[in-house]
Design a protein around this ligand. Sequence first.
Ligand SMILES: CC(C)(COP(=O)(O)OP(=O)(O)OC[C@H]1O[C@@H](n2cnc3c(N)ncnc32)[C@H](O)[C@@H]1OP(=O)(O)O)[C@@H](O)C(=O)NCCC(=O)NCCS
Length: 205
Amino acid sequence: MEDLQVYPVHKCCRKEIVACCDLINSEWPRSKMARLQSLCNSSDKFPTSLVLMLNGTDVVGHLKLTELRVGGGDIMVESVVIRKDHRGKGWGKVIMEYAEEYVRSKGKKMLYLSTRGQEGFYKKLGYEICQPILYFGFSDITPQPVEKLEISSTKKDVINCPNAPPPPPLPTNKKPASQPTLISQKPAKTYMCKHFPHSFVQSLL
Ligand SMILES: CC(C)(COP(=O)(O)OP(=O)(O)OC[C@H]1O[C@@H](n2cnc3c(N)ncnc32)[C@H](O)[C@@H]1OP(=O)(O)O)[C@@H](O)C(=O)NCCC(=O)NCCS
């Protein structure tokens, strides 16, 4: 019988933190130092990285919860990953559901995420497609589900940011004709969200 438990990474030992770093890097390679730094920022306040442990020894899953600066402290879930040899066993669902309970226990009501290609997984967990949100930018936009947004057709793409630097000059087309044009092969990100109404007890607090 497999024993699965979820822990905040800041409650894990050094070996487990390094194993978690390697797991995330196996999916999204990045400098180990930067990755460890990010994991070491985890705390009981957000950001919080959660680790899925198998039999108390093996790190088999991870996700990170970061508080958005707008939207009343809604939460972004990032870097959701299950170790390759354990995918398709329901463990992604286990860590996501734990994260939802964790977030709810902290009084938060909304989880956001972005994905390229795993929309089906999140849809099964009750997430809905929503408008893109800026969560690291200097001009955060209050996130709202798609159907609730009313965007004026004239101001659709304009973000009013008075202190922003002027835009860079338009490129001059001086490339030799033989040089290939680089076009990003990545599909666009899909933004999704899930709202958790407070429990009756929480609503009395
Ligand atoms: C996405 C990921 C976390 C899912 O974890 P997992 O453990 O394989 O998923 P689960 O077994 O818990 O799946 C739960 C349910 O979602 C379904 N599901 C999983 N991936 C799916 C997909 N891509 N499309 C549609 N349904 C999917 C499963 O069939 C299962 O359905 P069921 O409850 O009816 O049986 C895992 O595949 C992974 O680590 N992928 C690589 C990293 C990645 O892309 N992360 C997402 C970043 S946004």
